[in-house]
Design a protein around this ligand. Structure first.
Ligand code: SF4
Length: 702
C-alpha cells in the first residue's frame, strides 16, 4: 500500500543512506503522487561515494512505505496474549510503572537497555544518558558489540584511539596496493570500489568472494586461509616482513614501542609453518608482504571476517603489528584502517551506549571522565553507575538470578542478530518485561510486551559518523505517519515519568547534538567544535574537532598516535585456535556474513520487494565436492546442525569455498536464521562473540 505522507521540502533534501557505514550521499525528491513511495532516491556526488549507490541505497525509499509500518503503540494484556493497540499515554505509563516497580523491588540493575549502531549520534547519546541517569543502571550495551568491538579494542591498544579509518576514504584512491582482510566490500559497500580502481588488491578470505574475484581479475592475490587461522597468517607475514628485509626500522624505532616482544613470538611462525596451519602457500604470503612493503602507497584494511572470533582482538592486533612493521599507520600515502559495518557504527560507539563508555569515547572507570560527564548532566559523579555487562552477557543474564528482569530495546533486532538464537529467545522470554522501539514489527518486537512505533531515517533530523570519522547530517524529508513518535521523544516521556526534570532529556535533535558535543569535549572523540550549522555549510569535519574554529582532523595519526608518548604499540599475540574446532560429529566449519541485497538482520531489507526478490531466502554455500561426498546436490533443503541448533536452508554449490568450510548469510529469521548455529564464545578483551567460526554438519532437512 502506498504511503502518501507529506514531503517536507518541495524540491530536494540532501541526506545519506539509511544502511552501512559508507553513508553514501543521496538526494530525496518528492515522488509522483500516484507512486508507491513518498520520495525518490538520487545518488549525490560526495567524497565517499562519488555519486554511487548500491542496490540497497537505490531502493531505500521503499523502507519509508513498508505496508506493515507500525503506527500505534502495542501492548499485551498479559504474557501469551496477542499484542493490542493502545494509546501513547497508556503505553508509556505502563512501561514507566513497570520499570519503577522493578527498580523499587530489585534495584536499578534489574532494568537494562539495548541500543544500536544504526541509531543517530543524538539517540545513542541520549540512550546512554537515559540508562545511567533516568534508570540508574549500568546495564546498557548495543549491537555494535557484535559488529566491530574487536577492531575497536585492538585499535585502542595499538594507537590509543579507535577511529575506524584514521584517514579519509579518498586517500585510498592514490593507493598502489590495498590489502583487504575479511572484508567483502564488493558486496557490502560497492561504491568503495571506486576508490580502489587503480590499486592492486590482495584479499584475505576463506571464500572466493566477489572481492576476491575482482582482485584476481586485476592481477592481485587471493589468500584463502582456513577459517579461524588469520592470526597465524598475519604472524607468518610479519615473519616474512623481517626476513625479507621489509621491516621499516626507522619507523619502528621512532614511532612505535614493543617490537622486540612481538618479534619474539612471530619468529616461531616461519612461513612454511604458517602455511601448514593456514593452507596459504608461503610463496603467496611472500608475494603479499612484498607488494605491501615495497609499494610507495599501500593500505591494510580489516573487516568482520578477522574480528568476529573469540580471538578477534588478537587477530586484529596481529594485522596491526604487520602494518606497523611495514611503517604504514600514520604515514603519508600508507595506512591501516578498519572498515566499520553499521551506518553509525563509529558514532554509536563514541557517545555512551556501550557498557564501558561515557560520551566522547571516555572510559566509564576514569574518575576525570565521570566528573566531566556528570557536570554536563547536572548530577553527582557518584551517582553514575560503573561498567555493565557486554551485549551477549547482558542478554544471557536476562531473568536469571542477579540479572536484569526488564529490557528496553531501541533499533536492534537481537532475536535475529545475536548468537545462539534459541538461547537468546529463551532469555528474552524469561524476562519480566520486554519493550521494543522500532518502526516495524521486527522478530524482536514480535516477542515484546510493549512495542513503541518510532520514526526512521528520512523522517527525522540527526547526525551519523561515517567509517572515516566524518560527522554527517541526516535530514528530515517526510513527516512520519500519524501516531509515530521519535526515539528522543520516547526517552523524554519515559524519563519524566521516572521523575527526571523535563529539560534534562531534550526532544529536539539539534539540542541533543549540542549537549552531546559539550559532553564529548576533551574526550578522544571530541565533537565540541561541531554544529549542525557547520555541517550544513558543507564542511568536511572529522573528529576530533575541539573548537568551533577547528578544521577537524582528517588524518588523526599524522602527527602522532593517541598514547601519551605519541607512539603506537606493537602488541605481542600468541596463536589460539577457535573455541569449537570441528570433530567427527561436526566435521565442517560454518562461517557467516552478508550478501549484496540485504543488511544486518534483514528487518528493513527483507521488506523491500526488489531486494527480497534479489535474495529471497537463506542458503548455505558448500563446495561441490563436499556436497557430493555427503550425498547432497545444489538446490535441496538441508539442515546445518551445530551443538546449539539447526538452520534449515537451501544448499548452493560454490566451487570458490574451501572444502572444509560452509557459509551462511545471517539476514534471515525463524528456522532459517544462521544464528541458530553460531557460537557464543566471547573474545576476552572485546566480548565479541565468535560469529565466524563454529563446527557443524549437514543433514537432510527434516
Ligand atoms: Fe547505502 Fe552502504 Fe550501499 Fe552506500 S554502500 S548505498 S551506504 S548500503
Amino acid at each position: 500500500m502506498s504511503d502518501r505522507r507529506t514531503v517536507i521540502n518541495e524540491t530536494a533534501v540532501a541526506t545519506h543512506c539509511p544502511y552501512c557505514a559508507l553513508q553514501c550521499a543521496m538526494t530525496l525528491r518528492r515522488a509522483a503522487p500516484d507512486g508507491a513511495v513518498p520520495v525518490t532516491v538520487e545518488p549525490r556526488d560526495f567524497a565517499t561515494n562519488r555519486g554511487g549507490l548500491c542496490q540497497k541505497g537505490w531502493t531505500a525509499a521503499a523502507v519509508l512505505a513498508v505496508p506493515d509500518r507500525l503506527t500505534t503503540p502495542l501492548a499485551r494484556p498479559r504474557r501469551g496474549q496477542p499484542l493490542e493497540a493502545v494509546g501513547w499515554d497508556d503505553a508509556l505509563d505502563l512501561v514507566a510503572g513497570r520499570l519503577s516497580a522493578l527498580r523499587a523491588a530489585s534495584g536499578p540493575d534489574s532494568v537494562a537497555v539495548f541500543g544500536s549502531g544504526g541509531l543517530t549520534n543524538e539517540k545513542a547519546y541520549m540512550l546512554g544518558k537515559f540508562a545511567r541517569i533516568a534508570l540508574g543502571t549500568p546495564e546498557v550495551d548495543y549491537n555494535g558489540r557484535f559488529c566491530m568491538s574487536s577492531a575497536a579494542a585492538a585499535g585502542l591498544r595499538a594507537f590509543g584511539v579507535d577511529r575506524g579509518l584514521p584517514f579519509p576514504v579518498t586517500d585510498l584512491g592514490e593507493a598502489d596496493v590495498v590489502m583487504l582482510v575479511g572484508a567483502n566490500v564488493a558486496e557490502t559497500m560497492p561504491p568503495l570500489l571506486g576508490h580502489l580502481a587503480t590499486a592492486v588488491l590482495v584479499v584475505v578470505d576463506p571464500r572466493r568472494t566477489p572481492t576476491a574475484e575482482l582482485a584476481l581479475s586485476r592481477g592481485g592475490l587471493h589468500l584463502q586461509p582456513a577459517a579461524g587461522t588469520d592470526m597465524v597468517l598475519a604472524l607468518g607475514m610479519l615473519h616474512l616482513a623481517v626476513t625479507e628485509d621489509l621491516l621499516d626500522r626507522g619507523y619502528v624505532e621512532s614511532r612505535t614501542t614493543g617490537f622486540a616482544e612481538t618479534w619474539a613470538h612471530a619468529v616461531h611462525w616461519w612461513p612454511e609453518r604458517a602455511e601448514r596451519v593456514t593452507g596459504v602457500a608461503a610463496a603467496d604470503m611472500r608475494s603479499a608482504v612484498t607488494l605491501l612493503g615495497r609499494a610507495p602507497r599501500a593500505y591494510l584494511l580489516t573487516g568482520r571476517g578477522t574480528e568476529q572470533h573469540a580471538t578477534g582482538t588478537d587477530s586484529v592486533s596481529a594485522w596491526i603489528n604487520l602494518a606497523l612493521a611495514l611503517g604504514m599507520p600514520g604515514s603519508t600515502g600508507r595506512g591501516y584502517g578498519c572498515l566499520t559495518g553499521q551506518g553509525n557504527g563509529q558514532g554509536g560507539r563514541e557517545h555512551g551506549q556501550k557498557a564501558d563508555q561515557l560520551p566522547g569515547y571516555r572510559q566509564i572507570n576514569d574518575p576525570q571522565a565521570r566528573a566531566h560527564v556528570a557536570r554536563t548532566w547536572g548530577v553527582d559523579p557518584a551517582d553514575l553507575p560503573g561498567p555493565g555487562r557486554s551485549a551477549y552477557e547482558l542478554l544471557d543474564s536476562l531473568g536469571r538470578p542477579g540479572g536484569p528482569r526488564a529490557l528496553l530495546v531501541f533499533g536492534s533486532n537481537i532475536a535475529v542478530s545475536a548468537p545462539d538464537a534459541r538461547r537468546v529467545h529463551a532469555r528474552l522470554a524469561a524476562s519480566d518485561l520486554l519493550v521494543v522501539a522500532d518502526f516495524v514489527l521486527s522478530e524482536t518486537a514480535a516477542m515484546a510486551d510493549v512495542v513503541l512505533p518510532v520514526t526512521q531515517w528520512a523522517e527525522e533530523d540527526g547526525t551519523v559518523t561515517n567509517l572515516e570519522g566524518r560527522v554527517l547530517r541526516r535530514r528530515r524529508a517526510v513527516t512520519p505517519p500519524p501516531g509515530v513518535r521519535s526515539d528522543l521523544w520516547v526517552l523524554h516521556q519515559l524519563a519524566v515519568r521516572l521523575g527526571q526534570p523535563a529539560d534534562r532529556f531534550p526532544v529536539r535533535p539539534d539540542a541533543a547534538f549540542a549537549e552531546l558535543c559539550a559532553a564529548s569535549a576533551g574526550g578522544a572523540a571530541d565533537y565540541a567544535g561541531l554544529s549542525y550549522t557547520r555541517i550544513d555549510a558543507g564542511e568536511a569535519l572529522h573528529w576530533p574537532c575541539p573548537a568551533p574554529a577547528h578544521p577537524g582532523t582528517p588524518r588523526v595519526f599524522a602527527r602522532g598516535f593517541g598514547h601519551a608518548d605519541g607512539r603506537a604499540r606493537f602488541v605481542p599475540v600468541r596463536q589460539r585456535g577457535p573455541a569449537e574446532p570441528p570433530d567427527d560429529d561436526y566435521p565442517l566449519t560454518a562461517t557467516t556474513g552478508r550478501v549484496l541485497a540485504h543488511y544486518q538482520s534483514g528487518a528493513q531489507t527483507r521488506r523491500v520487494p526488489e531486494l527480497l526478490s534479489a535474495a529471497p531466502e537463506a542458503y548455505v554455500e558448500v563446495h561441490p565436492d563436499t556436497a557430493a561426498r555427503l550425498g547432497f546436490s545444489g538446490g535441496e533443503l538441508v539442515d546445518v546442525v551445530s551443538r546449539r541448533g539447526a538452520a534449515t536452508v537451501r544448499l548452493r554449490c560454490e566451487p570458490g569455498i574451501r572444502l572444509d568450510t560452509v557459509f551462511l548469510p545471517f539476514h534471515f529469521a525463524g528456522r532459517h536464521s544462521a544464528n541458530l548455529v553460531t557460537n557464543t564464545a566471547l573474545d576476552p578483551v572485546s566480548r565479541m562473540p565468535e560469529f565466524k567460526f563454529c563446527a557443524v554438519r549437514l543433514e537432510r532437512a527434516r
